[in-house]
Design a binder for this molecule. Structure first.
Ligand SMILES: *[C@@H]1O[C@H](CO)[C@@H](O)[C@H](O)[C@H]1NC(C)=O
Ligand SMILES: *[C@@H]1O[C@H](CO)[C@@H](O)[C@H](O)[C@H]1NC(C)=O
Ligand SMILES: *[C@@H]1O[C@H](CO)[C@@H](O)[C@H](O)[C@H]1NC(C)=O
Ligand SMILES: *[C@@H]1O[C@H](CO)[C@@H](O)[C@H](O)[C@H]1NC(C)=O
Ligand SMILES: *[C@@H]1O[C@H](CO)[C@@H](O)[C@H](O)[C@H]1NC(C)=O
Ligand SMILES: *[C@@H]1O[C@H](CO)[C@@H](O)[C@H](O)[C@H]1NC(C)=O
Ligand SMILES: *[C@@H]1O[C@H](CO)[C@@H](O)[C@H](O)[C@H]1NC(C)=O
Ligand SMILES: *[C@@H]1O[C@H](CO)[C@@H](O)[C@H](O)[C@H]1NC(C)=O
Ligand SMILES: *[C@@H]1O[C@H](CO)[C@@H](O)[C@H](O)[C@H]1NC(C)=O
Ligand SMILES: *[C@@H]1O[C@H](CO)[C@@H](O)[C@H](O)[C@H]1NC(C)=O
Length: 427
């Protein structure tokens, strides 16, 4: 798992974007909506997400126009409570997502955004990220995914940001778009959305030359996204939804209907494999499948045409209970400069995090660790007391049989005989 990306309008701030000059969207035809029902059902489990971590789901419910009044109210309340009680601890990306979710599609929460001065606070957070880059060799406090969400929210909600900073720091060659030499698709996609907003922003006109430059950045980012395309997906299944949004707004990729069919075909297959089993994963792909982008958040027609899905009311996941819980044996190691090995026994069906806990129980000195809750689940922040640092671009990489995990520690199910490793790494 990579370093945490997430984290994490009243008279106020509505300005009209030049009506979403979409190049070409690729959406699911309503005759195929039943294919999306598993996604909707997963999102409704967001009932169990805590605090600000429900922001992505609330944003999607509102943007797509899924009517679930109770869930919407619950999420909105918990996000506001979380902001009230620990606003200073929230990262730039978390605060930005909170604003996008609360402010999406003209609703009463805009009073809260205004009353709590969230947009100007976000502006200060954005500046702090820039200052950290100036002081720490170009490394932000969090990462470029969060910085991009912050810029997007500032742009959509009439916040302040420096255009010079944007043109300086968002060049597509910036190291922060890369993760161990790999272009980060979701980061690039979010930046493309933010830059497009900045370019079209009617409240803060930019000079033609700057507009041109930003258009070039966006085009280049979108090219890099397309270069990561494989069987209709971009990056991996979790980055594909945001990649689609970026392609909608600044490429003609989906003018070719075969491209759209390929993406939808693969996504439907992945849905049938229950690949999107976290509320956040669902929330990030659904807007694109319904033909929406995050630029629609402040669009006056945002919540028109609400969608009716057949939501299964009383059908929790049919977990077939194993006849008898089996124990499995796995190898586990922690590598810094030296490697500490152990073997632990866990129940069949255990996840990576269970193995870490079992090892910690065996030897606290060698295997102690800490995590931080994010909307993608717990994220490992330290092992043996050694902490990941965004200034040094260090993190704890989780591997199974030599391959980095594509899911978080609490999602990746381990198998008997697996060789699991936590490795001190640089990105
Ligand atoms: C946006 O903010 C500027 C000041 O920064 C203000 O003059 C303008 O009226 C605001 N626009 C809206 C739509 O609130
Ligand atoms: C959905 O597909 C049907 C059948 O192909 C077509 O008639 C209809 O226009 C499509 N709807 C949209 C919104 O594209
Ligand atoms: C919901 O179920 C009804 C009856 O089974 C069906 O006619 C309708 O097409 C379904 N709607 C969606 C969006 O799947
Ligand atoms: C959340 O789930 C619990 C337990 O299933 C249920 O009692 C509660 O009504 C749900 N809340 C909402 C808003 O759906
Ligand atoms: C970023 O913006 C701040 C405030 O406007 C300015 O002082 C600083 O020079 C800018 N840095 C760059 C690299 O553009
Ligand atoms: C944008 O790209 C075009 C074509 O590559 C180039 O001619 C132009 O000079 C670029 N504009 C800026 C401001 O960099
Ligand atoms: C519905 O999805 C199937 C499977 O991807 C596809 O073959 C079909 O063309 C889709 N129908 C419409 C109307 O888009
Ligand atoms: C998603 O679909 C792709 C392409 O068919 C496939 O390679 C991948 O294994 C699928 N992932 C999941 C988790 O279903
Ligand atoms: C690993 O070894 C290098 C070189 O000996 C040393 O500088 C570094 O501090 C060590 N790292 C840790 C986390 O012990
Ligand atoms: C944990 O490992 C260290 C280093 O190998 C060892 O000295 C210590 O005795 C172990 N502690 C336990 C409780 O096994």
């Amino acid at each position: 798992m990579r370093p945490s990306r997430q984290l994490p309008l009243m008279g106020l701030l509505f300005f009209s974007l030049i009506p979403s000059q979409l190049c070409q969207i690729c959406e699911v035809n309503e005759t195929n909506f039943s294919r999306l029902e598993p996604l909707i059902n997963t999102m409704l489990k967001a009932n169990y997400t805590k605090g600000i971590q429900g922001a992505n789901v609330l944003l999607t419910l509102r943007l797509v126009g899924i009517k679930s009044r109770n869930l919407e109210q619950q999420l909105s309340q918990q996000i506001k409570d979380d902001i009230n009680s620990r606003e200073t601890e929230l990262t730039s990306g978390q605060l930005a997502l909170g604003i996008l979710a609360l402010g999406a599609c003209e609703n009463q929460d805009k009073e809260f955004i205004r009353g709590a001065h969230l947009v100007s606070k976000l502006g200060a957070r954005f500046q702090a990220e820039i200052q950290n880059m100036e002081a720490h060799d170009g490394s932000p406090l969090t990462n470029y995914y969060q910085l991009s969400v912050a810029l997007l929210a500032l742009c959509l909600f009439n916040g302040s940001y420096s255009i010079t900073n944007v043109t300086y720091y968002f060049t597509p060659e910036n190291k922060n778009f890369y993760f161990e030499d790999q272009f980060s698709v979701d980061t690039g996609a979010m930046a493309a959305l933010a830059l497009t907003c900045v370019r079209r922003n009617t409240q803060k006109r930019v000079e033609a030359i700057t507009e041109d430059k930003i258009a070039n950045y966006t085009a280049s980012l979108v090219k890099k996204i397309q270069a990561e395309g494989k069987r209709g997906l971009f990056g991996n299944i979790f980055s594909t939804g945001e990649a689609m949004q970026a392609l909608f707004i600044s490429s003609d990729y989906y003018k070719n209907e075969a491209n759209c069919r390929e993406t939808l075909h693969t996504v439907f297959y992945n849905i049938s494999q229950t690949a999107f089993n976290l509320p956040i994963a669902t929330a990030q792909i659904l807007p694109a499948l319904m033909g929406k982008t995050y630029l629609d958040v402040t669009n006056p027609f945002c919540s028109h045409n609400p969608v009716r899905f057949n939501v299964s009311t009383e059908k929790p996941d049919t977990v077939t209970p194993a006849a008898a819980p089996l124990d499995i044996l796995v190898k586990y190691s922690v590598r810094v400069n030296d490697t500490s090995h152990t073997e632990v026994t866990v129940r069949a069906g255990s996840v990576f995090l269970d193995v870490m806990k079992a090892a910690q129980k065996k030897n606290e000195t060698l295997f102690r660790f800490t995590v931080e809750e994010t909307s993608w689940g717990p994220y490992v922040t330290s092992v043996q007391g050694i902490r990941a640092s965004s200034n040094d671009r260090t993190y704890w990489k989780l591997l199974s049989n030599g391959q980095p995990l594509s899911q978080g520690a609490a999602s990746h199910v381990v198998q008997n005989g697996d060789n699991l490793e936590v490795r001190w790494s640089k990105y």
